[in-house]
Design a protein around this ligand. Sequence first.
Ligand code: GLA
Length: 758
Amino acid sequence: MRCNSNSFNGATDASRVYQLIVTCLSTILMFLIAPNPMNAQKTNAPIRFDKQTQVFRIDAADVSYVFGINEKKQVQTLYWGKRLNDADPFPAPKSDPGLSGFDTSVNTTRQEFVAWGSGLYIEPDLKVSFPDGNRDLVLQYDSHTIEGRRLKIVLKDISRDVYVDLEYQIDVVTGVLTRSANVENRTSAPLTVEQISSGTWNLPRGDDYRLRYLTGRWAGEWVLHHQLVQPGKTILESRRGSTGDQNNPWFAIDHEGDGDQDHGDVWFGALGWSGSWQISIEQDQIQQIRVAGGPNSFDFGYRLSPGEQLKSPDFYAGYSHDGIGGASRLLHRFEISSILPHGPKPKLRPVLYNSWEATEFKVDEAGQESLAEKAASIGVERFVVDDGWFGQRSSDRAGLGDWYVNPVKFPHGLKPLIDKVHSLGMDFGLWVEPEMVNPDSDLYRKHPDWALNFIGRPRTEGRNQLMLNLARPDVRAYVFQALDKLLNENDIAFLKWDYNRNWSEPGWPAVAPEDQKKVYIEYVRNLYSILAELRAKHPQVEIESCSGGGSRVDLGIMRYTDQVWPSDNTDAFDRLLMQDGFSYAYAPGVMMAWVTDSPTWVNQRNLSLEYRFLSSMQGSLGIGANLNNWKPEDFTTAKSMVAQYKHIREIVQRGSLYRLISPQNGSEQSVTESVSEDQRSAVTFAFLHSSQMLYPFPRIYLRGLKTDSMYRIAALNGKLSPGTPDIASGAFWMQHGVDVELRGDFQAASFRLDVADR
Ligand code: GLA
């Protein structure tokens, strides 16, 4: 700040003195009211609105998200990316004039939420039809409210009383935004919502973007893909009634050739919805990138009577300047603190045992008790009885729907087994598949109309079972009561909630034809409400989301479940690739990973017990091997590995994951590192597929440590190279690196680092 004496010019008359004083005062005033862009402080309010320019700014963590109301009252995106200076200018937004008569303004203006109307060709966020045949909807800003971390913007159609609430919530720690849209019909006649998304995420214009996404199938989930974002549209979706594994509702976009694990701009997002869904990634005719997501619009139609509302799922998205590794670490942190039950400190996952792969449906009291004794001897904390304990269930052909304890297999009910499990110091878990029914069951014989069906049409079976229509209030009541009774009558700490097929013939004959397609929404709402009600009534119970493997993993179901089952494929080598893909979207702490038998049923591959343990210890550890076949030395190894896991599990389950060497693209190696939240500890897992031509294992360069802190290294299984120092700085471990002695086929090593307190 300077009071420029040149303006005085050597003159001494009173008016000049007066002028100088005014100049100085106004400079001081300007300085006080106008933030200096060079040294503006970061504001505390994460959401701000500038009345003059009509611009909203959301600033949190390392992210700024800016949009405003333009002269057409459209909500127009202005910026999404690395955090800007709080004083950076954003003038009042102006709509784009359009490219030509073919691509009019509504198509080229980047809107936060745009309805199908007035000649829109890009993916709409909302499409409705009215009973008078009108299908045009043009939304304009009406009002807004800001409450701390939440912003609600109300939009209204230009002539009809259709309102949309756009909701934004910012997570100040990660900068992850949650968006949803709520449509309300305030007209006097019903209307039908034919498509709804939670909103559009507009990226900066460009033609060099790369999309990452996940695909899969049963026993082959979590395959990571990337492709250039081309002009046109890519749709990731499920039409299966549930999340599915063909695509997972997650995306990440960065600049092709510009990013790696820890550098570069990445925009990422995940949809919190466990029904049919879609995410469209569109590069339009002027190279604008738009991402929209919500329930799948295929076969969709939701009738809203006057006064009724429809809320879209939550769509979460964030930005990282630290590459795809930084993006997944932000998403993991957000899931742990804001999605999972008991966040921000969800309970650590206990080590569990499950005999599914060992015994399949042949479960009974004596057999399970004997396995429980063996499991307890190696330090297992939770014993889970899988499929086969109920109804007339001796194969997958019968019994689903009949949730009473099989009197032949468990003549005294489950209590003696549960007591035994407790006496061994473990808690007890049980497998259920509540949304299904076998035609060979008492339930189906009594209520054939409870299955999803179209009257007079065949009912397609998957794994010999049909889907119950959970949208029906009577089915919802039955499922809730069956589970509530089970939990009231037995001391159960954990449910493995399975779901082993997808939808077919999604009819709901009990309601009017124009309401039948509501099944896509009401089913999922009832699923969530059953889970919520059970959790409220039985707060000690934890739940796993399983769907024949990883077919129902998303941020919607994770709000009600503590862990997920990524795949029925438990081959520890295959799992390295799957776990890597999984980790792009979901936190390692929710990822159950069992140590099972070798050779594996999947590939007939032989893997050492140590290798199998180290592969599983990258997530939440479980044991699924047939302990009846183990030799004494297997029990010794397992006991030591389980004990070691308990020491590192907080680092793995709650820490920050660094993918040091990727197993993708046929790599011979895979290395991951987890760093504790306080950066005082880290644990590294290294795997070798096959040595070749005398090449040593690549040096491992750690990440995420404090440069100046001294860390002590300790091998979990004795394979550090000779000459590795005991103690060195974080800088040393990150810059000089660590060598491990891995040679041969299917070898594994692990070591940890801890701050060496003097
Ligand atoms: C699914 C699950 C398995 C097991 C079986 C039981 O396939 O993914 O882990 O529980 O069902 O039928």
